[in-house]
Design a protein around this ligand. Structure first.
Ligand SMILES: [Fe+2]
Length: 248
């Protein structure tokens, strides 16, 4: 836990020393062997221990479901979750584990939605990611249908969707459709890219962020997640009382 000690020593009094105030992390790839996240059970456990060390009490992990690359389904995800829960219990890691999915907004998603097989968390929330190149042409219509069906759509890592950042009022407008905005905490460090850091700050300053997520794919990112605690916007968000992580 060397990296954790370094971060703590740099914290100012009164600031959040960890992510305990969030309670729940709602975006990660921890079920081994089913997407581009954890490859082995040991990988998973290393990430879960790290998240517990950063103050999280609950993890809602979200394996990819994409019609092209990751053809996961509720059975595969639930089976993986059960194995992981068993391992977490055996190690007595003090946090609870749930699973939903990170859906790519593709044709496959529409089919799954119409068949009523969406994996949800909290009060019928679904985590959805978009293409980073171009917004889906049917986005508004589909968001409306989801809203009518009682779902709350959580848009994953909104800072990646560059096509909305000339004018963030596009995002404000979408939020009228019961839509929640999730940002990857690590984006604030600038380690993914300076552009993502700029976009994340823009969303924070516009008061548009509802949820933070680790989007953890590997234990290598744990030091970055810890380092993000030194970013003023992350501290501001954690202290704002406006994030919804602890309600899920
Ligand atoms: Fe993800």
């Amino acid at each position: 836990m060397g990296w954790l000690g370094t971060v703590f020593s740099k914290q100012q009094a009164g600031e959040n020393q960890d992510y305990a105030v969030l309670s729940a992390d709602i975006h990660s790839h921890l079920i081994p062997g089913i997407d581009d996240g954890a490859a082995t059970l040991e990988d998973s456990l290393e990430m879960i221990r790290g998240l517990a060390g950063l103050g999280f009490k609950k993890i809602i992990t979200t394996p990819h479901i994409m019609s092209d690359y990751f053809r996961n389904n509720p059975e595969i995800i639930r089976e993986g979750l059960e194995k992981l829960r068993q391992a977490v219990a055996e190690e007595a890691i003090p946090l609870s584990l749930e699973a939903a999915a990170e859906y790519m907004f593709d044709d496959g998603f529409e089919r799954i939605f119409r068949q009523g097989e969406l994996l949800t968390f909290g009060k019928k929330c679904i985590l959805v990611e978009l293409s980073t190149y171009t917004p889906p042409p049917n986005l508004r219509a589909l968001l409306f249908e989801l809203e009518v069906a009682g779902y709350t759509t959580v848009l994953a890592h909104v800072e990646r969707y560059g096509y909305w950042f000339d004018d963030v009022s596009h995002i404000e407008e979408l939020k009228h459709h019961k839509l929640l905005v999730q940002v990857n905490t690590i984006s604030f460090t600038g380690n993914y890219s300076p552009r993502l850091k700029r976009n994340a700050i823009k969303l924070a300053e516009a008061g548009l962020i509802d949820l933070l997520g680790s989007d953890l794919h590997s234990a290598d990112s744990l030091p970055l997640l810890a380092a993000a605690l030194q970013e003023p916007q992350v501290q501001m968000l954690l202290s704002s009382g406006k994030l919804l992580n602890n309600q899920l």
